[in-house]
Design a binder for this molecule. Structure first.
Ligand code: CFN
Ligand code: HCA
Length: 534
């Protein structure tokens, strides 16, 4: 059915007027006749509404710091905060030869009532001593939780003292859950700390190899970055660091030596790419390794950036070989998936990235959104070129140009910089809204009430989201695909990932489970009671 702006009022029948007014600003029906459609985002969730969002602690400790495997990440707070951020995100990490890997540990001060009353600083200092003695990590992080912020424990002072005592970096992060409006605040806190204390904290000036790159905003969920690495290394790139997936404190220190930064998740890390560009002159390129077409486009953009015939040739060879291998396999799954519809609602960038992969299978995304993205993730981002060379001339003068409606950066000879700089409209990331079709819906911070209502009206064939709503949706008889944890499958990135995703989605459609589901409302009334006369 065609959904119209007016239908939103009917959908929100349960909301008080004030809530309705607020929520309507977070939902739009795509209308391509409008040049620009705006959406409200990155604002506080209305209290009482069941949101899928996480908190600043989740964004800092869970998302950005957690994957640094040679560090021990201490949760200063109640045991629950440690426990629920323990391995749930599936950011995989292998132990390097002779390297350290503490990814499977859950280390917390386990604050008790008495610690809340008398303060937990001593307990934290003692825990750091124990960690250094027993685990000997390369560095330690200390993340604050809500109660720690409320009672005012000074984690910075404790960490500083411990660093002096033990002579290893002890980094503290004031990422109390209540800071900001979502996990996005935590990304900033963690990234800023890594920028200040880790990246560039080495004497290396030279990159460790040719075509040296960092992957920013790739977290190796379900092994994604291993699949991307497989492709990039075969082409001839040298991966200096992945920030942060299967990564280490030691690798990240060298990140400043890369020639180019790739940005996979634009939400969690775009500002770090810009900070790195400013500080070290390293240009950055938006990539997307989710979906076959997007992977091919990203590889070609990278080759164009380096502009070296040998690299371009190798890129095309790898693309041709991989396509010949994966396309026939995808064909068999397309037969099952074709003409189906999806809702695609994930945290900050996957709500958009996965639409392309769905499309390759013939699945149309009719509703999409992000839990906590900012307006530019929806509407696109305009960036003014900074054409200055840095002092030691290390960066390549470059400017961003449009080609085939995609926008990216290209090396431009310095003598042509002046001539080109004013001509080019810039956007490093076009945003989700322009990619949606007429009548399709974009929802920011979708909640459980709206989920059920939209499903009732639009009846998608598959619902892509997270653990918090998965089972409610499946009980409605609709297959659900977790795009955070990949339902314990993966990788879903790159060429092999696309095949695995296609298989998992096709299996979801064809499983006989659906024949056995008998939702309660099918045979029983939803409300029951007695009516008294009189
Ligand atoms: S791995 Fe990333 S891709 S980092 Fe971010 S915005 Fe979360 S943990 Mo869940 S799956 Fe999700 Fe993105 Fe970037 Fe993951 S869409 S919500 S904070 N996210
Ligand atoms: C988080 C992490 C999360 C949660 C996933 C989910 C993840 O927000 O703290 O809700 O299913 O990817 O693990 O986004």
């Amino acid at each position: 059915m065609a959904f119209r702006e007016q239908d939103l009022d009917a959908l929100m029948y349960e909301y008080p007027a004030k809530v309705k007014r607020n929520r309507k600003k977070h939902i739009l029906v795509r209308d391509t006749s409008q040049q620009k459609q705006e959406i409200e985002a990155n604002t506080r969730t209305i209290p009482g509404i069941i949101t899928n969002r996480g908190c600043a602690f989740a964004g800092c400790k869970g998302v950005v710091l957690g994957p640094l495997k040679d560090m021990v990440h201490i949760v200063h707070g109640p045991v629950g905060c440690g426990y629920y951020s323990w391995l749930t995100r599936r950011n995989k990490a292998r132990t390097d030869e002779g390297g350290k890997n503490f990814i499977e540990y859950c280390v917390t001060t386990d604050m008790q009532e008495s610690d809340i009353v008398f303060g937990g600083e001593k307990k934290l200092a003692q825990l750091i001593d124990e960690v250094v003695e027993t685990l000997k990590p390369n560095a330690i992080s200390v993340s604050a939780t809500c109660p720690v912020g409320l009672i005012g424990d000074d984690i910075n002072a404790v960490s500083k003292a411990a660093q002096q005592k033990h002579h290893i970096p002890v980094l503290s992060f004031s990422c109390e859950g209540y800071r900001g409006v979502s996990q996005s605040a935590g990304h900033h806190i963690a990234n800023n700390g890594l920028m200040e204390h880790v990246i560039g904290d080495s004497d290396s000036e030279e990159a460790p190899g040719k075509y040296a790159i960092n992957m920013l905003g790739e977290y190796n969920i379900g092994g994604d970055s291993w699949e991307i690495e497989r492709i990039l290394e075969e082409i001839g790139y040298t991966l200096v660091s992945v920030m942060t997936g299967n990564s280490s404190y030691e690798e990240l220190r060298e990140a400043h030596t890369a020639e180019l930064n790739l940005v996979q998740c634009h939400r969690s890390i775009n500002y770090i790419a810009e900070m790195l560009e400013k500080k070290y002159g390293t240009p950055w390129l938006k990539v997307n390794f989710i979906g076959i077409e997007s992977t091919v486009e990203s590889l070609r953009d990278m080759a164009l950036y380096f502009d070296d015939p040998a690299l371009t040739q190798k890129t095309e060879e790898v693309i041709a070989r991989e396509l010949a291998r994966v396309e026939p396999v995808m064909e068999q799954y397309k037969k099952i998936c074709n003409d189906k519809t999806a809702f695609c609602f994930v945290g900050g960038s996957r709500g958009h990235h996965y639409q392309k992969l769905f499309k390759e299978l013939g699945i149309e995304t009719i509703l999409a959104g992000y839990e906590f993205a900012h307006r530019d993730d929806y509407e696109g981002r305009e960036v003014i070129p900074d054409i200055k060379m840095d002092a030691d001339n290390r960066n390549i003068p470059e400017i961003k140009v449009e080609k085939d409606e995609r926008r990216f950066r290209l090396k431009i000879p310095p003598e042509r910089m002046e001539e080109l700089k004013d001509k080019i409209p810039l956007s490093n990331y076009p945003g989700m809204i322009p990619d949606m079709k007429d009548g399709h819906i974009v929802v920011d911070d979708l909640n459980h009430f709206e989920t059920e209502e939209f499903i009732r009206i639009l009846k998608p064939d598959i619902f892509a989201s997270g653990i918090k709503d998965k089972y409610v949706v499946q009980k409605m008889g609709i297959p659900s695909k977790q795009l955070h944890s990949y339902d314990y499958s993966g990788p879903y990135a790159g060429f092999n990932g696309a095949i695995r995703f296609a298989k998992d989605v096709a299996d979801g459609f064809t499983t006989p489970t659906w024949n056995f589901i008998n939702p309660p409302w099918q045979n029983e009334p939803l409300l029951s009671g007695t009516v008294e006369e009189g």
